[in-house]
Ligand binder design. Structure first.
Ligand SMILES: [Zn+2]
Length: 309
Protein backbone atom coordinates (compact mmCIF):
# COMPACT_ATOMS: atom_id res chain seq x y z
CA UNK A 1 0.00 0.00 0.00
CA UNK A 2 1.33 3.45 -0.84
CA UNK A 3 1.88 5.99 1.92
CA UNK A 4 -1.04 8.07 0.67
CA UNK A 5 -3.37 5.08 0.59
CA UNK A 6 -2.34 3.88 4.03
CA UNK A 7 -2.83 7.38 5.45
CA UNK A 8 -6.22 7.45 3.79
CA UNK A 9 -7.11 4.03 5.19
CA UNK A 10 -6.06 5.12 8.66
CA UNK A 11 -8.16 8.25 8.35
CA UNK A 12 -11.14 6.25 7.11
CA UNK A 13 -10.76 3.93 10.09
CA UNK A 14 -10.82 6.97 12.35
CA UNK A 15 -7.29 6.59 13.66
CA UNK A 16 -4.09 8.51 13.26
CA UNK A 17 -1.40 6.43 11.62
CA UNK A 18 0.95 5.24 14.35
CA UNK A 19 4.61 4.66 13.70
CA UNK A 20 5.27 0.98 14.43
CA UNK A 21 7.62 0.30 17.35
CA UNK A 22 9.96 -2.65 17.58
CA UNK A 23 9.04 -5.33 20.10
CA UNK A 24 11.75 -4.19 22.52
CA UNK A 25 12.66 -0.59 21.75
CA UNK A 26 16.21 0.06 22.98
CA UNK A 27 15.80 3.81 22.41
CA UNK A 28 12.81 3.80 24.77
CA UNK A 29 14.80 1.82 27.36
CA UNK A 30 17.63 4.31 27.02
CA UNK A 31 15.23 7.16 27.76
CA UNK A 32 14.22 5.44 31.02
CA UNK A 33 17.91 5.13 31.95
CA UNK A 34 18.70 8.81 31.29
CA UNK A 35 15.50 10.02 32.99
CA UNK A 36 16.48 8.23 36.20
CA UNK A 37 19.95 9.80 36.04
CA UNK A 38 18.41 13.24 35.48
CA UNK A 39 17.01 12.97 39.03
CA UNK A 40 20.60 12.77 40.32
CA UNK A 41 21.69 10.07 42.80
CA UNK A 42 18.72 7.98 44.03
CA UNK A 43 19.91 7.57 47.61
CA UNK A 44 17.20 6.81 50.21
CA UNK A 45 16.30 9.98 52.07
CA UNK A 46 17.11 12.38 49.21
CA UNK A 47 14.79 14.35 46.87
CA UNK A 48 16.12 12.47 43.82
CA UNK A 49 15.02 9.19 45.40
CA UNK A 50 11.43 10.40 45.93
CA UNK A 51 11.15 11.89 42.43
CA UNK A 52 12.47 8.73 40.84
CA UNK A 53 10.07 6.56 42.88
CA UNK A 54 7.08 8.53 41.60
CA UNK A 55 8.36 8.47 38.01
CA UNK A 56 8.84 4.70 38.10
CA UNK A 57 5.38 4.09 39.58
CA UNK A 58 3.81 6.20 36.82
CA UNK A 59 5.90 4.47 34.14
CA UNK A 60 4.87 0.95 35.17
CA UNK A 61 1.21 2.01 35.58
CA UNK A 62 1.08 2.52 31.81
CA UNK A 63 1.73 -1.15 31.10
CA UNK A 64 0.87 -3.23 34.18
CA UNK A 65 -2.34 -4.54 35.76
CA UNK A 66 -1.33 -3.36 39.21
CA UNK A 67 1.46 -1.24 40.63
CA UNK A 68 2.16 -0.59 44.30
CA UNK A 69 4.94 0.44 46.63
CA UNK A 70 5.87 -1.55 49.72
CA UNK A 71 7.48 0.60 52.41
CA UNK A 72 10.34 -0.54 54.61
CA UNK A 73 12.51 1.28 57.12
CA UNK A 74 16.02 0.77 58.40
CA UNK A 75 17.99 2.21 61.31
CA UNK A 76 21.09 3.06 59.36
CA UNK A 77 24.52 2.78 61.00
CA UNK A 78 25.15 6.34 59.76
CA UNK A 79 22.83 7.51 62.50
CA UNK A 80 19.47 8.07 60.84
CA UNK A 81 16.40 6.06 60.10
CA UNK A 82 15.82 5.68 56.37
CA UNK A 83 12.56 4.93 54.59
CA UNK A 84 12.66 2.88 51.39
CA UNK A 85 10.14 1.52 48.93
CA UNK A 86 10.13 -1.60 46.81
CA UNK A 87 8.02 -1.05 43.69
CA UNK A 88 5.90 -4.03 42.62
CA UNK A 89 4.09 -4.25 39.29
CA UNK A 90 2.33 -7.28 37.83
CA UNK A 91 0.98 -8.53 34.51
CA UNK A 92 -1.42 -11.50 34.33
CA UNK A 93 -0.20 -12.72 37.71
CA UNK A 94 -3.40 -14.39 38.96
CA UNK A 95 -4.35 -16.32 35.84
CA UNK A 96 -0.90 -17.52 34.83
CA UNK A 97 0.46 -21.04 35.18
CA UNK A 98 4.12 -20.00 34.90
CA UNK A 99 5.04 -17.03 37.09
CA UNK A 100 8.34 -15.23 36.72
CA UNK A 101 9.59 -12.44 38.97
CA UNK A 102 11.97 -9.96 37.32
CA UNK A 103 14.08 -7.85 39.65
CA UNK A 104 16.43 -4.88 39.50
CA UNK A 105 17.48 -2.40 42.19
CA UNK A 106 16.51 1.23 41.68
CA UNK A 107 18.46 2.84 44.54
CA UNK A 108 22.04 4.06 44.13
CA UNK A 109 25.15 3.83 46.29
CA UNK A 110 25.39 6.70 48.85
CA UNK A 111 29.19 6.74 48.70
CA UNK A 112 31.68 6.32 45.86
CA UNK A 113 33.84 4.01 47.97
CA UNK A 114 35.98 2.79 45.06
CA UNK A 115 37.33 6.29 44.39
CA UNK A 116 40.99 6.93 45.21
CA UNK A 117 40.60 10.35 46.82
CA UNK A 118 39.01 10.56 50.27
CA UNK A 119 36.95 13.61 49.28
CA UNK A 120 35.40 11.83 46.32
CA UNK A 121 34.73 8.70 48.37
CA UNK A 122 32.21 10.66 50.45
CA UNK A 123 30.06 11.62 47.46
CA UNK A 124 27.13 9.61 46.08
CA UNK A 125 27.40 7.86 42.71
CA UNK A 126 25.04 8.52 39.80
CA UNK A 127 24.47 4.83 39.14
CA UNK A 128 23.78 4.93 35.39
CA UNK A 129 24.83 1.30 35.16
CA UNK A 130 24.62 0.28 38.85
CA UNK A 131 20.94 1.10 39.35
CA UNK A 132 19.37 2.69 36.29
CA UNK A 133 20.27 0.09 33.64
CA UNK A 134 18.35 -2.92 34.98
CA UNK A 135 15.29 -0.80 35.78
CA UNK A 136 15.36 0.67 32.26
CA UNK A 137 15.24 -2.77 30.65
CA UNK A 138 12.39 -3.91 32.92
CA UNK A 139 10.32 -0.78 32.19
CA UNK A 140 10.62 -1.24 28.43
CA UNK A 141 10.04 -4.98 28.71
CA UNK A 142 6.79 -4.25 30.57
CA UNK A 143 5.72 -1.92 27.76
CA UNK A 144 6.62 -4.40 25.03
CA UNK A 145 5.09 -7.39 26.84
CA UNK A 146 3.13 -9.66 24.51
CA UNK A 147 3.79 -12.85 26.43
CA UNK A 148 1.75 -16.08 26.24
CA UNK A 149 -1.47 -16.24 28.28
CA UNK A 150 0.15 -18.88 30.49
CA UNK A 151 2.86 -16.45 31.62
CA UNK A 152 2.56 -14.01 34.51
CA UNK A 153 5.20 -11.44 35.39
CA UNK A 154 5.96 -9.59 38.62
CA UNK A 155 8.41 -6.74 38.21
CA UNK A 156 10.04 -5.83 41.52
CA UNK A 157 12.27 -2.79 41.69
CA UNK A 158 14.14 -3.24 44.94
CA UNK A 159 15.30 -0.42 47.17
CA UNK A 160 18.24 -0.43 49.58
CA UNK A 161 20.34 -2.85 47.55
CA UNK A 162 23.38 -0.61 47.65
CA UNK A 163 22.89 1.29 50.96
CA UNK A 164 25.82 -0.23 52.84
CA UNK A 165 28.53 0.57 53.56
CA UNK A 166 28.95 -3.09 54.57
CA UNK A 167 27.13 -6.17 53.28
CA UNK A 168 24.93 -6.30 56.41
CA UNK A 169 23.20 -3.12 55.26
CA UNK A 170 22.79 -4.09 51.63
CA UNK A 171 20.03 -6.01 49.77
CA UNK A 172 17.53 -4.55 52.25
CA UNK A 173 14.59 -4.46 49.83
CA UNK A 174 15.17 -8.04 48.66
CA UNK A 175 15.51 -9.25 52.26
CA UNK A 176 12.19 -7.58 53.06
CA UNK A 177 10.42 -9.74 50.45
CA UNK A 178 11.32 -12.95 52.26
CA UNK A 179 11.52 -11.71 55.85
CA UNK A 180 8.22 -13.38 56.77
CA UNK A 181 5.37 -15.22 55.11
CA UNK A 182 3.19 -12.13 55.56
CA UNK A 183 5.78 -9.99 53.79
CA UNK A 184 6.06 -12.39 50.86
CA UNK A 185 2.29 -12.29 50.49
CA UNK A 186 2.40 -8.50 50.12
CA UNK A 187 4.44 -8.98 46.96
CA UNK A 188 3.01 -12.10 45.37
CA UNK A 189 -0.41 -12.67 46.94
CA UNK A 190 -1.16 -16.38 47.12
CA UNK A 191 0.94 -17.18 44.06
CA UNK A 192 4.66 -17.56 44.63
CA UNK A 193 6.84 -17.26 41.52
CA UNK A 194 8.24 -20.35 39.81
CA UNK A 195 11.56 -18.55 39.55
CA UNK A 196 13.15 -15.14 39.11
CA UNK A 197 15.69 -13.29 37.01
CA UNK A 198 17.70 -10.42 38.51
CA UNK A 199 19.31 -7.72 36.36
CA UNK A 200 22.19 -5.65 37.74
CA UNK A 201 24.82 -3.61 35.88
CA UNK A 202 23.72 -4.67 32.40
CA UNK A 203 24.20 -1.31 30.62
CA UNK A 204 28.00 -1.34 30.14
CA UNK A 205 28.99 -0.28 26.60
CA UNK A 206 31.14 -3.38 26.22
CA UNK A 207 28.59 -5.81 27.58
CA UNK A 208 29.49 -9.37 28.48
CA UNK A 209 27.39 -11.32 30.99
CA UNK A 210 29.11 -14.58 31.94
CA UNK A 211 27.54 -17.29 34.12
CA UNK A 212 27.30 -16.09 37.74
CA UNK A 213 28.43 -19.04 39.89
CA UNK A 214 25.93 -18.59 42.78
CA UNK A 215 23.10 -18.65 40.23
CA UNK A 216 24.55 -21.79 38.65
CA UNK A 217 24.71 -23.37 42.12
CA UNK A 218 21.10 -22.59 43.07
CA UNK A 219 19.47 -23.12 39.66
CA UNK A 220 21.82 -25.00 37.32
CA UNK A 221 19.16 -26.30 34.92
CA UNK A 222 17.46 -22.92 34.60
CA UNK A 223 20.83 -21.23 34.06
CA UNK A 224 21.79 -23.81 31.42
CA UNK A 225 18.52 -23.39 29.53
CA UNK A 226 18.77 -19.61 29.65
CA UNK A 227 22.30 -19.52 28.25
CA UNK A 228 21.41 -22.13 25.60
CA UNK A 229 18.56 -19.91 24.48
CA UNK A 230 20.88 -16.90 24.26
CA UNK A 231 23.18 -18.82 21.92
CA UNK A 232 20.21 -19.98 19.86
CA UNK A 233 19.02 -16.42 19.17
CA UNK A 234 22.51 -15.14 18.32
CA UNK A 235 23.43 -13.60 21.70
CA UNK A 236 26.07 -16.15 22.63
CA UNK A 237 28.85 -13.57 22.73
CA UNK A 238 26.85 -11.34 25.12
CA UNK A 239 25.95 -14.34 27.29
CA UNK A 240 29.06 -16.57 27.05
CA UNK A 241 28.86 -19.96 28.75
CA UNK A 242 31.85 -19.34 30.99
CA UNK A 243 31.99 -18.56 34.69
CA UNK A 244 32.34 -14.96 35.82
CA UNK A 245 32.93 -13.87 39.43
CA UNK A 246 30.61 -14.96 42.26
CA UNK A 247 28.39 -12.06 43.23
CA UNK A 248 26.61 -11.17 46.47
CA UNK A 249 23.41 -9.60 45.21
CA UNK A 250 19.65 -9.46 45.77
CA UNK A 251 19.28 -13.04 44.50
CA UNK A 252 21.05 -14.74 47.44
CA UNK A 253 18.40 -14.14 50.13
CA UNK A 254 15.61 -15.09 47.73
CA UNK A 255 17.34 -18.36 46.82
CA UNK A 256 17.94 -19.10 50.49
CA UNK A 257 14.21 -18.60 51.10
CA UNK A 258 13.30 -21.09 48.37
CA UNK A 259 12.59 -18.76 45.43
CA UNK A 260 15.13 -19.66 42.72
CA UNK A 261 16.60 -16.49 41.18
CA UNK A 262 19.44 -16.17 38.69
CA UNK A 263 21.59 -13.03 38.46
CA UNK A 264 22.54 -11.48 35.12
CA UNK A 265 25.44 -9.13 35.81
CA UNK A 266 28.50 -7.75 34.01
CA UNK A 267 30.80 -7.05 36.94
CA UNK A 268 33.73 -6.19 34.66
CA UNK A 269 33.00 -2.47 34.89
CA UNK A 270 35.83 -0.04 35.61
CA UNK A 271 33.68 2.81 37.13
CA UNK A 272 31.91 0.50 39.61
CA UNK A 273 31.09 2.46 42.82
CA UNK A 274 32.88 5.56 41.55
CA UNK A 275 31.68 8.98 40.41
CA UNK A 276 32.41 7.75 36.88
CA UNK A 277 29.34 5.49 36.72
CA UNK A 278 27.64 7.88 34.29
CA UNK A 279 25.50 7.55 31.15
CA UNK A 280 28.46 7.85 28.76
CA UNK A 281 29.75 4.46 30.04
CA UNK A 282 26.49 2.78 29.03
CA UNK A 283 24.76 2.21 25.69
CA UNK A 284 21.30 1.71 24.28
CA UNK A 285 22.66 -1.27 22.31
CA UNK A 286 23.54 -3.09 25.53
CA UNK A 287 20.06 -2.48 26.97
CA UNK A 288 18.69 -3.72 23.64
CA UNK A 289 20.61 -7.00 23.84
CA UNK A 290 19.37 -7.81 27.35
CA UNK A 291 15.85 -6.70 26.46
CA UNK A 292 15.79 -8.81 23.32
CA UNK A 293 17.01 -11.83 25.28
CA UNK A 294 14.39 -11.50 28.03
CA UNK A 295 11.61 -10.73 25.57
CA UNK A 296 12.42 -13.81 23.51
CA UNK A 297 12.76 -16.01 26.62
CA UNK A 298 9.43 -14.89 28.10
CA UNK A 299 7.65 -15.56 24.82
CA UNK A 300 8.49 -19.27 25.11
CA UNK A 301 5.40 -21.16 26.19
CA UNK A 302 6.37 -21.93 28.89
CA UNK A 303 9.57 -19.95 29.51
CA UNK A 304 11.17 -22.95 31.24
CA UNK A 305 9.39 -25.64 33.19
CA UNK A 306 10.42 -28.31 35.63
CA UNK A 307 12.90 -28.29 38.49
CA UNK A 308 15.62 -25.63 38.33
CA UNK A 309 18.18 -27.98 39.88
ZN1 LIG B 1 26.38 -1.34 43.53
Amino acid sequence: MSLLLSLLAATVMGQDPVKPRPTFDQAAAWKVLTTQCDFGPRVPGTPGHLKCRDYLVETFKKSCDSVKTVELTHNWSKGKKVTMWNIVATQNWEKATTRVVLLAHWDTRPTADQEESAAKRKQPILGANDGASGVAVLAELARAADFPKSVGIAYILTDGEDLGPSLEEMFLGAKHIVQSRANTKQYFGDNVPNYGILLDMIGDKSLRIPVEPNSAYYAPKLMGAFYDHAAKIGLGSTFPKVYGPSIEDDHICLNDAGIPVIDLIDFDYEPWHTLGDTVDKCSAESLGKVGKMLHSWLKLDPPFSGPVK
